[in-house]
Design a protein around this ligand. Structure first.
Ligand code: GRF
Length: 203
């Protein structure tokens, strides 16, 4: 039996949560250094909530519009993260900006995965199929996911890990998305493992 401590992770989602699933699956390995201790969704109907339920992971919906002020919303998110003793936050298809108080509390401990080679094809409005459409329209020969550290500007923090995939001449945005997503599911667990080991090694 492995006795190493598991670093507690919250995964923030807004949708289908296939990256959440890949992280949950990786954490099932007893030698993997993290556990998914919380899922936060910005949408009530996100399928990722069902994935959390299937694995008995605590899941909450937090929507800014349900709070009187932005500060109350940020305070609730921070309180929820603290209640679950979260040490790393992974954004996985989370479409909202993280409140700056949380970025400050979790400095260098918030990861995001983006489906293109940042710093290209990132920023506000660059999500979903739009990213792959832009990559193809620009005539790029390579694309691929980026895991980066989250700061207060969309897609702007330090690149943590990146993996390239080819863009083929006949690619549609849908075909390219599938090729990139398959690699996301390998890269995100690797990045999470790396960050968790860095944290534990400094203890
Ligand atoms: C992924 O392409 C990810 O790179 C981006 O949003 C998408 C989320 O997909 N940030 P899923 O919900 O994990 O399936």
């Amino acid at each position: 039996m492995s006795m190493a401590r598991k670093v507690k992770v919250a995964v923030l989602i807004s949708g289908s949560g296939t990256n959440l699933q890949s992280l949950i699956d990786s954490c099932a390995d007893e030698n993997f250094p993290t556990e998914i201790a919380l899922v936060i969704s910005s949408k009530k109907k996100a399928f990722g909530l069902e994935r959390a339920r299937n694995h008995s992971i605590p899941a909450v919906v937090l929507r800014k519009k349900d709070f009187g002020t932005e500060q109350q919303y940020a305070d609730k998110m921070l309180k929820t993260l603290k209640e679950h003793h979260i040490e790393i936050v992974c954004l996985a298809g989370y479409l909202k900006l993280i409140p700056s108080s949380i970025v400050r509390c979790f400095e260098n401990r918030i990861l995001n995965i983006h489906p293109a080679l940042l710093p290209k094809f990132g920023g506000a409005g660059m999500y979903g199929m739009r990213v792959h459409e832009a990559v193809i329209a620009a005539g790029e020969s390579e694309s691929g996911p980026t895991v980066h550290i989250v700061n207060e500007v969309y897609d702007h923090g330090r690149v943590f890990m990146q993996r390239k995939v080819p863009v083929l001449p006949d690619d549609t945005p849908e075909v390219l998305q599938k090729r990139v997503l398959a690699v996301e599911h390998e890269l995100y667990p690797e990045a999470l493992e790396k960050l968790a080991k860095e944290i534990v090694s400094k203890e």
